[in-house]
Write a protein that binds this ligand. Structure first.
Ligand code: GMT
Length: 384
């Protein structure tokens, strides 16, 4: 198949899923065209079967807001026409589904100057496009319209599919295809851990990790609160991977608790698969997670997560088996849970094994990518 993929190409879970999906589809022989504002950060530009088409937005003094959505629709239609794409697959509903709708209509009319044909598009819902941004009155009707007009809709958890039906009154099909992880890449390799871990923690210290874009929804301050309590109880260090609006507040809080020297603020990192396996435990105390890709990546590296019981997280983590789940903001219980687990090596080892097993058995690329391929075929068949 020839597939056009659009996503937010910089740091963020939806961009990661879209890029990894494109890489996996290309490795299975499909021709993949990324149509995005810049090259997705996990691509090196030399992959076989992958093409990148940059969307450039012309500015004009009259434009207070340059119309990215229109430039994107135009580029989608051009690429679809020139490379005879079979379908478009957009990640994150706003504004990508609406741009894809316009492109699809352009291809169905003769506005591109070549043969009129059907160009179906699939929208994958990821999270705040439904639970936050999409609910804003200025976006809700157009988000609903983009979803309704999509030829196929997928959601990354059953929870998100349900929220979409409730909040947007969608009664059409929403296919649940959960996030996935490349378990060959995200794996704990003892020799690499032995080489790299001493850069971040001594042998007698526990190492915790948090990975996010530091937006308020991730509750990074709760990460610091939990870690400060852990660090009072045992020798410990924390790796904070990522950057975003709450980073300086996190730094201030770390200073107030006197744990700033125990925290590695690593900023944005490309090779998180090399860092995650170094840790003993991940902290993901989010306000909302439609799935929690960061926790899945950690689990694949045999690192269990202490997380909140929100959104799609219980579809990933079984409480007490492959991680621990708490209520939002309950930093005391999260810290107590972390301390008890870190003090019990046998329980931690069992949970770490269960985490890896969950990733391999339920969320590996081998099990999830064929579900996307199958869904593409079904959408193509019914829109032939
Ligand atoms: O909603 C966001 O935070 C944006 C989105 C993204 O693009 O980074 O994250 C969502 O998509 C991820 C990949 O599908 C999920 O694993 C995250 O749980 C989800 N984030 C939220 O729901 C907050």
């Amino acid at each position: 198949m020839k597939i056009g993929i659009t996503c937010y190409p910089t740091y963020g879970g939806s961009g990661v899923v879209a890029t990894e999906l494109g890489i996996e589809l290309a490795s299975r022989g499909h021709q993949v065209h990324f149509i995005t504002s810049s090259q997705p950060f996990r691509l090196n530009g030399r992959e076989t079967n992958i093409h990148f088409h940059e969307v450039s937005v012309a500015t004009y003094p009259l434009f207070e807001y340059p119309p990215y959505d229109l430039a994107l629709a135009t580029r989608m239609a051009e690429v679809a026409d020139f490379y005879s794409l079979d379908l478009l697959h957009v990640h994150y509903a706003i504004p990508h589904s609406v741009s894809a709708l316009l492109a699809s209509q352009m291809i169905a009319s003769n506005s591109m100057g070549s043969r009129r044909r059907n160009l179906p598009f699939i929208t994958t819902l990821h999270g705040t496009d439904i639970t936050l941004v999409g609910l804003d009155p200025s976006y809700l009707p157009i988000t609903r319209f983009g979803i309704q007009q999509s030829h196929g809709v997928t959601a990354i958890s059953a929870h998100l599919a349900e929220r979409t039906r409730e909040a947007f009154g969608i009664d059409g099909e929403i296919e649940v295809i959960r996030n996935f992880v490349n378990c060959d890449l995200y794996v704990r390799r003892p020799e690499l851990v032995a080489e790299m871990r001493p850069r971040f923690a001594n042998d007698d210290e526990k190492l915790l990790v948090h990975l996010s874009n530091f937006r308020p929804v991730k509750r990074v301050l709760d990460v610091i609160e939990v870690f400060a309590r852990v660090a009072r109880s045992m020798p410990a260090r924390l790796m904070l991977i990522g950057d975003g609006p709450d980073r300086s507040a996190a730094e201030h809080l770390a200073l107030r608790h006197g744990v700033q020297d125990r925290i590695h603020f690593l900023g944005k990192q490309d090779d998180v698969h090399e860092l995650l396996p170094l840790a003993d435990l991940m902290l993901m105390p989010s306000q909302m997670e439609s799935f929690g890709l960061a926790a899945l990546e950690a689990m694949s590296c045999s690192v269990p997560a202490i997380a909140t019981r929100v959104g799609g997280v219980p579809e990933l983590i079984d409480h007490e088996e492959s991680g621990l789940l708490y209520e939002i903001g309950d930093v005391e219980s999260m810290a107590a849970g972390a301390i008890a687990l870190l003090n019990d090596p046998a329980r931690l080892a069992a949970m770490s094994e269960a985490s890896r097993r969950t990733a391999v058995e339920r969320f590996s690329t081998e099990s999830i990518i064929p579900r996307y391929e199958d869904y593409y075929r079904r959408v193509l068949e019914r829109n032939a």
